[in-house]
Design a protein around this ligand. Structure first.
Ligand code: 5CA
Length: 446
């Protein structure tokens, strides 16, 4: 993308309405624009990141056996009356009436809708397990929408719903999602720690929240430091090996990690040595629930088991805050110049900065580099504006490109271009060929 043909409405001043760094940086980098309280338009740069996060979530959900679907945002009140949640959900639910006077709502979540689908489509234990998910907009009329996309009213969620024949199989489905969450968040460059949590209005008797530690997090959390040091890496990639999945889940849940609602100071002190106790704040980026027959019972969603009996489906639901993650990643990765994107979700992996726009040789070197890097499948931003170097550096640092290729007449005289890393600040002078090879290696295109 050439910056002169792009839409990047950055702002220099610090927006006064933004209380936390991710919100400030998203506004300054021209990623979002507020439409009304807790409701945002995603501008090109923000939308680019959102789609990259979505793509990783899609891949990892499907790797763990979940199947993509798309359910509507608008649901009928009658559907929610069947579970008893139409009244129970309270003022957070946006209620709408259609022209025929029928009561509708903008979905805050989809347990009811998916249970109706499962009831109609799943008849026998032979059809199971099934896990259906979608990435869809939700609406919750939050009392205090704040922190930009972190606590919005309209927000993008990945929600998956598993259906199984019995509790044991449902636990196995839960474990697969648990492990896939560890893998998803690692790919997003995040350390998200699963913590025992309250199940709230979703219901059920087993739930974990996945939180990233950040001072601006809304929840207080208490955990054993050893959990913050665990990594999944390549372990346990066979999601259908139930023992491996259980083993990984056990490893992540055997040490103390709880949100404030579940916290017990006496147990914390008894279980965790003082030097390993962490009390911090966290951002909830995922939440998974096992709820058994809570929804299948009222909907009469039953299947025939191997013994020929009709039994209610066992269920769980699994959420990831896709739009919240954009803010969460920034909270975890920024400096005083701006955002530092992990390479996996960077809107542009490389910025080509032309230090002397209009100089024939410099322009030609930039064009050639822009084309070669683009041909490798990288998203490249070519800053081809007629602006001084300082302004260009400020922009590419603000928007967080992981790599910056600086092309100027002085370097070109020596046959080199400077390649700088946004995170480490390290820079080296390379020939154009060496630079292209270096990035090909970095991004696995060698
Ligand atoms: N149906 C279940 C799981 S599919 C559910 O709705 N869970 S939830 O309420 O915990 O939401 C799932 C995730 O959505 C949360 O972990 C959080 O990351 C994100 N989320 C929830 N509320 C908001 C909000 N107001 N703004 C942005 N993200 C939110």
């Amino acid at each position: 993308m050439r910056l002169t043909r792009y839409f990047l409405p950055t702002i220099k001043e610090t927006p006064s309405e933004a209380q936390i760094v991710s919100h400030r940086l998203m506004l300054r980098a021209g990623m979002i624009r507020q439409a009304s309280a807790g409701i945002y338009s995603w501008l090109p740069l923000g939308y680019n990141v959102l789609r990259k996060i979505e793509a990783i979530v899609h891949e990892e959900q499907q790797r763990a056996g979940a199947i993509p679907v798309l359910m509507p945002t608008i649901q009928s009140a009658d559907l929610w009356r069947q579970s008893g949640r139409y009244d129970a959900y309270g003022p957070e639910m946006l209620r709408i009436e259609d022209r025929g006077g029928r009561e509708m709502l903008y979905g805050p979540t989809n347990e009811e809708q998916i249970t109706e689908i499962a009831k109609a489509g799943i008849k026998s234990y032979r059809d199971l397990p099934v896990n259906l998910y979608h990435i869809q907009w939700k609406f919750r009329d939050e009392v205090r929408p704040r922190f930009g996309v972190m606590r919005g009213r309209e927000f993008l969620m990945k929600d998956a719903y598993s259906f199984d024949i019995d509790k044991e199989a449902a636990q196995a489905s839960y474990n697969r999602m648990f492990v896939s969450y560890l893998r998803t968040f690692e790919r997003l460059g995040l350390k998200a720690i699963p913590m025992r949590a309250e199940s709230g209005p979703i219901g059920g008797d087993m739930a974990h929240e996945f939180l990233i530690l950040a001072d601006t997090g809304e929840s207080e959390v208490f955990l054993d430091r050893s959990l913050a040091e665990l990594t999944l890496g390549d372990r346990g990639s066979d999601y259908w090996d139930a023992a491996t999945m259980q083993g990984i889940k056990d490893e992540w849940t055997s040490s103390y990690a709880r949100t404030e609602d579940e916290h017990d100071q006496a147990v914390f002190e008894a279980e965790v040595p003082a030097d390993r106790r962490i009390t911090a704040r966290g951002i909830e980026v995922g939440h998974i629930f096992y709820f058994g027959t809570k929804y299948s019972e009222p909907f009469g969603a039953k299947v025939v088991n191997a013994e020929g009996q009709s039994v209610p489906l066992e269920g769980g639901s699994y959420g990831i805050g896709v739009s919240r993650l954009v803010g969460g990643i920034i909270e975890a990765s920024h400096d005083d110049k701006g955002i530092i994107w992990p390479e996996s979700v960077a809107p542009f992996e490389v910025a080509v900065v032309n230090l002397k726009q209009g100089d024939a040789e410099t322009d030609a070197a930039c064009e050639s580099l822009y084309e070669r890097l683009g041909a490798m499948g990288l998203d490249v931003l070519y800053d081809d504006r007629n602006e001084r170097a300082g302004g260009k550096f400020a922009t590419v640092d603000l928007i967080g490109c992981p790599w910056k290729a600086v092309v100027g007449p002085r370097g070109l005289k020596e046959g080199t271009i400077e390649l700088a890393n946004r995170r480490t600040g390290e820079a080296e002078n390379l020939t154009p060929d060496a630079l292209v090879n270096r990035l090909a290696e970095q991004f696995g295109h060698a």
